[in-house]
Ligand binder design. Structure first.
Ligand SMILES: *Cc1c(COP(=O)(O)O)cnc(C)c1O
Length: 399
């Protein structure tokens, strides 16, 4: 065999290893727009409980109309990075509108939040500096931190004593600048970071604080501004990263928001911004319509909150174990990985689309179904979903 034959054989072995370990991921093909119900390629109509479509804006008529309008007025694409000829009035307007929405001075758009996090740390921090990161932070934060030369400290998930220990250690190691970074919301458990306390601790140690708001922007807090609003530290976070690909319309795109100097330096040095194409005009136009909707009314985030309260109560009353909390991410604990997959498969037959999560995505023995609620769900969808859970749960001896 040639060495390239060996290489391809190696890849086939790796893939077989994933299948044997039950870790192989299949894509489920959907043939409709995103919504409360979707149709899959095999013709099933199912209630969708696994999208990040928190506010139901992925298929909102006003958002679609605004995207069409931007397509008409600003074209399909720009064929350029931002600083050559890829910045339109729309991009500047969206950056300003996001800053206002988030309570910051300035914002820079990226093609994805993965890029926002990937390009955040390296331009801002050098080897004299320290990043202090929650151990369960999103993969894009971990990768972004890997790309920078700052010294890394990892605190136990949501453990503020351990955060203090890391800050003391960083000081003892002589760090020039210290940046604490955490997900505002952790996507596997729906845990909402205690930003009020984290801010106080960071202040006490002279540290900056950055948060990733991908599962928060648009709906957490009374006006949907995010975790900082909910925790009473609106306007007090140094750096906020987030996505346009979840609650804020669901297409794609990300951003970093914060102090003027931070954003200005990112525009000079952040590699995913400098070396990757600009966000398409239709997405920018659609995102502006999203912000119009959210600033005009809190109806969508209020409905999401109401749906979350209802579903959390009803699924617990049906006998399921859930991780307590307030977030529309509702982890329904099954513990056993095989049972979690059986439950998801049976629910699909019963017309409810959910996904099981198990090791290594969550710790061993912590397998679960992660339900995500949306403002687009009506009570009838949620009642039907709870009834299906109850039936499938009984059949599998879970409740
Ligand atoms: C989804 C997600 C991202 C990535 O967002 P994209 O815009 O899809 O790249 C980053 N961080 C967190 C916490 C996320 O949940």
């Amino acid at each position: 065999m040639t060495s390239s034959d060996l290489f391809y054989q190696h890849l086939r072995d790796e893939l077989q290893g994933l299948r044997d370990a039950g870790l192989y991921k299949n894509e489920r093909v959907i043939v409709t727009p995103q919504g409360a119900r979707v149709r899959t390629a095999d013709g099933r109509e199912v209630i969708n409980l696994c999208a990040n479509n928190y506010l139901g804006l992925s298929s909102h008529p006003q958002v679609i109309e605004a995207a069409h309008e931007a397509l008409r007025t600003h074209g399909y694409g720009l064929s350029s990075v931002r600083f050559i000829c890829g910045t339109q009035d729309l991009h500047k307007t969206l950056e300003a509108r996001l800053s206002r929405f988030l309570g910051t001075e300035d914002t820079i758009l990226y093609a994805a939040a993965f890029d926002a996090n990937g390009g955040l740390f390296e331009p801002l921090l050098g080897e004299q500096d320290a990043v202090i990161s929650d151990e369960l932070n999103h993969a894009s934060i971990i990768d972004g931190i890997r790309l920078c030369k700052a010294k890394r400290y990892r605190y136990k998930h949501n453990d503020l004593d351990d955060l203090q220990r890391c800050l003391q250690q960083a000081a003892a190691d002589g760090a020039r600048f210290k940046l604490v970074f955490t997900d505002g919301v952790f996507s596997m458990d729906g845990t909402i970071a205690r930003l009020d306390q984290i801010r106080a601790i960071a202040d006490a140690h002279g540290a900056l604080l950055g948060i990733d708001e991908c599962h928060a922007s648009g709906f957490l807090g009374a006006k949907g501004r995010g975790t900082h609003e909910m925790r009473g530290v609106f306007g007090k976070i140094d750096i906020i990263t987030g996505t346009l690909g979840k609650a804020l319309g669901g297409a794609s795109g990300g951003f970093t928001s914060g102090r003027r100097e931070v954003i200005e330096l990112l525009r000079q040095r952040s590699r995913p911004y400098l070396f990757s194409n600009t966000v398409a005009p239709s997405i920018v136009g659609g995102s502006l319509a999203v912000l119009d909707l959210l600033e005009a009314s809190t109806a969508l985030r209020d409905k999401l909150e109401e749906n979350t309260r209802y579903f959390r109560g009803a699924i617990a009353a049906a006998g399921f174990d859930i991780k307590p909390g307030e977030h529309p991410i509702v982890p329904i604990m099954v513990y056993d990985a095989v049972k979690a997959q059986q439950l998801a498969a049976r629910l699909l037959e019963l017309g409810v689309y959910v996904v099981g999560f198990f090791f290594p995505v969550v710790p061993k023995g912590q397998a679960r179904i992660r339900v995500q609620l949306s403002a687009v769900h009506e009570r009838s969808h949620l009642e039907a979903a709870v009834a299906a859970f109850a039936q499938a749960g009984r059949e599998l001896g879970l409740v």
